[in-house]
Every structure is written in C-alpha cells, then in structure tokens.
Design a protein around this ligand. Sequence first.
Ligand code: BES
Ligand code: MN
Ligand code: ZN
Length: 498
Amino acid sequence: MEFTVKSGNPEKQRTACVVAAVFEPRRLSAAAEQLDKASGGYISGLLRRGDMEGKVGQSLLLYGVPNTLCDRVLLVGCGKEREFDLATYRKVVAAAARELNEGGAMEAVFYLAELPLKGYDIPHRVNQAVQFIEGALYRFDRLKSKPSSVRRPLRKVTLAVPSRRDLGPAEQAIRVGQATAEGMALARDLGNLPGNICTPSYLADEARRLAKSFDSLSTEVLEEKEMEELGMGALLSVSRGSRQPAKLIVLRHRGAGEEEKPVVLVGKGLTFDAGGISLKPAQAMDEMKYDMGGAAGVLGTLLACARLNLPLNVVGVIPSSENLPDGAANKPGDIVTSMSGQTIEILNTDAEGRLILCDALTYVERFEPATVVDLATLTGACVIALGKHAHGLFSNHSPLAHELLNAGKESGDRAWEMPLWEEYQEQLDSNFADMANVGGREGGAITAACFLSRFTKKYHWAHLDIAGTAWLGGKEKGGTGRPVPLLVQFLLNRAENR
Ligand code: BES
Ligand code: MN
Ligand code: ZN
C-alpha cells in the first residue's frame, strides 16, 4: 500500500473516495461538516431521513455528492464522540479499509486522523492508521492452490491532517507505521505457516534472509553441537524427541556505537508443541504451530528496527525446537542440568517453553544487556487469566515494567502486570533437583515466570506471556502480529530518551 499525507478541504480532493466520520446520534465530524456545507446540506439531509445513525460499524457510500471533486464519499459510523477511543478508531479505520478494498475505489483520502482521540497526537494517529489499514488487508493465502484475488484492490491511501504544520511529523509517522506493519506481517506469516514448513531450520533461514537484506542486521546460528559445548542441557532435552535439529538463532541490529549496551529480545520458538510424552489432547492441537509466536515477534521487531534504522543496539535470540513424543524424548521425572548449572526435574514434558528459554536466558548474559525482554506463548493459564486482550507482564525491575506497560498503552497492544512474588517460588520445589519445571495448577502463568526468574538474576528482565494474544482461534484463526507494536513502541521510546 502506498501512503501519503495531506492537509486541505475534503470537498476539494480530486480522488476516488473521501472517507469522513459520523458520530452518534447523526453528528457530523469536521470533515463531514465541510462536505455538507459545500454540497448545500446534502449529507445532513440524508442523515435526517434516517439513513445513518453513526453507530460503530455502520457505513454509507455516496456517489456524486454535489460540489465535491471526489467520485465517492464513504461515511463511517464512529459511535458516541465522548466514547471514541483507540479501539474504536481501530475498528473504524479497519472497516473503511476493508470496504474500500472490496469496492471499486482504488485510492482514498481518509479524514479520520483528525478525529478527537484523547491522549494521542496527530502523528501517532497517522502511525496507527497505517498499521490498522495494513493489518485489515492482510491475507495468508500463499498455500492455497488458487489465491483469492481482489478485483480492484485499494492501492493508495492519503491520510488528511488538520494543518500544514502536521505534514512533516505525519510523514515520519507513516514510515514508523509501515515498518511496524511490515514487522507484524512477517510475524503473522511465520505463525500461520504450518509446522511441516516452519521448522527451527526455517526460522534460522528467515533470520539469515533478514540479515542479507539489511546492512544493520547480522546473524549467527548455533547448532546442537555448539549448544552441547555450552552445556544447554535443558534446551537440548526438549529437542531430543524431534527429528528436526534445534537451533539457537541470534539476529543483531547494530544501530548505535559498539560501547552501547543492547536491548536483548528472547523469543520462544517452538515450531510445534505436541506436549511430548505428556501429550496434549487432540482438540485444537493444530494451533500449537503458533508456539513460535515469541520467535516471530522477535524477527518482526528486528525487521522494523532495521527498516527504521533505529539508533539502538538490539539483539534477538531465538531458542527453537519441536516438542514431540518419541523414544528419545524427555520423560516425566527426568532430571537435566541447565547451562546455569541449576538442575531441573521435568515433571511435565509439556512445560517445555521454560526449558528452552532458561538456557537462552543464561546465554544472553554474554551480551551485557541493558535490559532483556522475553516473549513466549508460555502458559494456557495466562489465557485463562487475561484472555486474548492483554499480554501477561512480569518483571524483576519496576521501571522496566512501566516502560512496557506504557508502550502497550501507546500502541494499543496492551500488557497487564502480574505478580512475581517470592511466595509463589516454593511451588517449584523438587525433592530431587534444584527445581521442578511445573508448579501445579494454581497461578500457572506466575509459577512459569518464577521459573524463568531463576535464570535472569544478573540483569533487568521482563517476561511477556503472549499465549492468549499471539494468535486468534476459531473462525478468525490466524496470527495477530502481536507484540510487535508494543516492542517497536518500547524501542522507539528508548531511542528517544537515550
Ligand atoms: N505452548 C504451551 C502453552 C499454551 C497452551 C499456549 C495453550 C496457548 C494455548 C506450553 O508449552 C504448555 O504446554 N504449557 C503448559 C504448562 C503446564 C504443563 C504447566 C500449559 O499451559 O498447559
Ligand atoms: Mn507445552
Ligand atoms: Zn509450548
């Protein structure tokens, strides 16, 4: 999609379609008001006759509105003006993009970034609109023999801003929005790819491809032999049950001087999680191809960093494996030694994410990180606690937790903080090893985070449990691209406050 910004009156736009808002009940936005004035009350006349109330999700496509230079006007309902928030803005922008894409107008001028959205400035609204439009038009049909084609797709969107002074910052915001959307699309693609295609080796190749495409990116892939030499007994125990070799993928973005400590992102890359010997039930097991959502989020975020030439050093680290039942697989009761030297009794082979993450979290000490954030589709318990709306956030450093919470609010990709209290740690006690890999049913997302916290004592660390947010199930099954927006915003804020 091509995006541009513009300021100017809607009735003067020579375009296939002008998009303007109507609030409930039948209240015109500033742009709709201008169109109404120019057309001698044409729009208010229609609304008076009851054609549109302005509810969220409503729309009305008009042709030949008098005294305008556009072919069409698309009125979109935005609900009550007082209740207009980021989530509604997303719905409205996305719905308009879908409707235009399916209709005949191949380009449009959106008068939506000027709507009163408290707490978000104009450039931020432009950034978000770009992400919402790209997100709404995303399709994953490369594995269908006949990809569905749209007859006259939307090709060019112009985002109108209130004043000429907004143009410069809004242009920069388009670049940020496009980079974020590109990172999200990559994360969604990788998630949607099935486990027989997207293997640990595939993820490694993807990292190599990214490193080839950008000067700021470089990659290194550790093989099982090297992991053995490093003593990664926890990670390797998970991949023993699989015919696909495990990979430890390192993808670095060099955006600042050598001496500057990097932000390290660690992503769980389970390309398929059957549970191992503690086999999962068949119900929705296919969705465990998304168990590499953390890895996808890391790759998507690094792509955005590179695209934006972000002036920060960022290191992505992805431990990647499958978790399958096999004669060589982990068995309940097995005890393994992690790279940190701590021993782990594996009481449930399905709690494998923490086993591959703990060695990666020890490995990243060598980067002397400014901070470490891991992202992992770690627990079903987190889905029960927070559903599909918020990532679970845990941290050993409260300023870092606040940075991430704020980046979540700014980007609309929100996280919610959960406790990492000492009291929960004893649920991991083992009679035979330093710890067990599971802590029982109570507070399952918390005890999983407690497990990781035993490997992250040497640096500031946060953990995002994205089990409920990285993909959607049911009819809308598909990767979401989250938490790329949160992480890009977090890194942009860091770059700015450096
Ligand atoms: N990848 C799963 C977590 C998961 C489950 C994410 C369902 C999304 C939906 C993880 O490896 C896992 O199996 N966790 C277990 C841990 C338990 C055995 C302590 C879980 O959540 O059931
Ligand atoms: Mn599992
Ligand atoms: Zn898993």
